[in-house]
Design a protein around this ligand. Structure first.
Ligand code: SF4
Ligand code: SF4
Length: 426
């Protein structure tokens, strides 16, 4: 785990990892024997299923889950559907998991190539789940018109270099993606945000360039809004509410490749963070099990080791080596059981470290008291829960190892659910 001071007079700071040499390609993981793809829809209407077990699918084929809904995934392999099951994600979010047994001979579906022009509608119909997960729906929301697209040429966690690699190694695809985005949306105001050290080489992309320093969390969208775009997002609002839509560099490169090559990209770049905090960039099919990556990189997972999807500050633990790579899996981190810092039941000792480090200037030590007791509404009203930018720094520095960030995420999730229920009842 990231080494941290116990107490210090000034706030500690943590720097992003920088890619030294983008000419070294990521390690390619062999085609998987099975893939599991998650559809963002609950498996509730079995009678209305548009797919069936035993059905043959091609690489790049759009798999629509229900006859009466738009929820889909793109098959990342050629093979046969082996199972369709409900899956419960973080905080019980409902998905449907489709497992496909891969055939040795790959066939590509040509529906995307033959039927699509580069329009926002076609992108929404085929490209919502490509590597980097472009937030296309945000571009099409008439309630929140977007005037600026910001492309993050870096990653929003420590040790993770997936999007830095994308902007450096796939610059031409990013440039093509920018051109398509301009044509599809009519938005000309596109800005690439990169760490200051990487500022060379993007002149031909058709986007403006902005540099941020390498101190975490300078690449957090709300920090970019404040420090680069001079537009502070009010508490409880999103960057989209302020007219700015954030894309990862990999998502823009994926759009560029999809329309340029008339083929949907299905291979995800991932930063693998090993037990000794070394990083390895790998490329794996969306849906491939983590175990394929561990095997290829000779990483042994023992009992009580921890696997985390995402980086060390904002990642989420998963409990099976069969967990699949998803279109937004930018990093996988493995911790040896000896390094796993367990959440404690020590009380807050009022050391103030969380308050000193919080970039949103929240009274975190007071906020956590309410969150621990499930007092979410009070947490919003009294201690500004909605100003949190989800950086995870408070948990990292907490002397009592209180899982502050997990409490924050749970609180935000519960409040969002409540809001949705109220909106449904109106
Ligand atoms: S995660 Fe913690 S440190 Fe980061 S903004 Fe939220 S409360 Fe502050
Ligand atoms: S929550 Fe943790 S970091 Fe914050 S004051 Fe209490 S012990 Fe210190």
């Amino acid at each position: 785990m990231i080494k941290k001071p116990f107490f210090c007079l000034s706030s500690p700071s943590f720097a992003y990892e920088l890619v030294n040499d983008a000419s070294v390609p990521p390690r390619t993981i062999n085609a998987p024997q099975n893939v599991t793809l998650f559809v963002k829809s609950a498996y509730t209407q079995k009678d209305a299923l548009a797919l069936c077990i035993g059905q043959c699918v091609k690489t790049g084929q759009k798999l629509t889950l229900f006859n009466n809904s738009d929820a889909y995934v793109i098959s990342s392999v050629t093979g046969e559907i082996a199972s369709i099951e409900p899956y419960s994600g973080n905080f019980g979010q409902a998905y449907t998991a489709i497992t496909i047994k891969t055939e040795a001979v790959e066939e590509h579906d040509d529906a995307f190539a033959t039927s699509t022009q580069p329009t926002l509608e076609s992108a929404q119909a085929y490209l919502a789940d490509i590597p980097g997960c472009p937030p296309l729906a945000s571009l099409a929301d008439p309630e929140r018109p977007i005037h600026t697209i910001a492309i993050l040429g870096g990653d929003n966690d420590l040790l993770v270099t997936t999007n830095q690699y994308a902007i450096m190694a796939d610059t031409d695809a990013v440039a093509a993606g920018i051109q398509f985005l301009k044509e599809m949306t009519g938005i000309d105001n596109i800005i690439i945000v990169v760490p200051r050290e990487l500022v060379q080489g993007f002149g031909h992309t058709g986007a403006e360039l902005a540099a941020v320093d390498t101190v975490y969390p300078s690449l957090n969208p709300k920090m970019v809004m404040k420090n680069v775009l001079d537009s502070e997002v009010p508490a409880g609002q999103t960057c989209e509410d302020a007219g700015v839509c954030f894309f990862s560099a990999e998502a823009v490169a994926s759009i560029g490749k999809a329309f340029k090559d008339s083929r949907i990209p299905l291979t995800k770049t991932i930063t693998l963070i090993t037990k000794d905090e070394k990083t390895i960039l790998v490329k794996a099919r969306i849906g491939a099990p983590f175990s394929d990556i561990f095997k290829a990189c000779e990483i042994e997972i023992n009992a009580n080791d921890r696997m985390i999807v995402g980086g060390p500050l904002t990642g989420t633990a998963v409990y099976s080596e069969n967990h699949p790579v998803r279109a937004d899996t930018d990093a996988i981190m493995v911790q040896d059981k000896a390094d796993v810092s367990l959440a404690s039941d020590y009380p807050c000792i009022n050391c103030g470290e969380c308050v000193r480090i919080c970039p949103a200037q929240i009274q975190v030590h007071m906020l956590v008291r309410l969150l621990e007791n499930g007092m979410y509404q009070e947490a919003v009203e009294e201690y500004d829960l909605n100003s949190c930018i989800n950086c995870g720094l408070c948990s990292l520095v907490c002397a009592s190892k209180i899982p502050i960030f997990q409490y924050i995420r749970l609180g935000q999730y519960e409040l969002a659910e409540l809001e949705m229920m109220e909106a449904d009842n109106d």
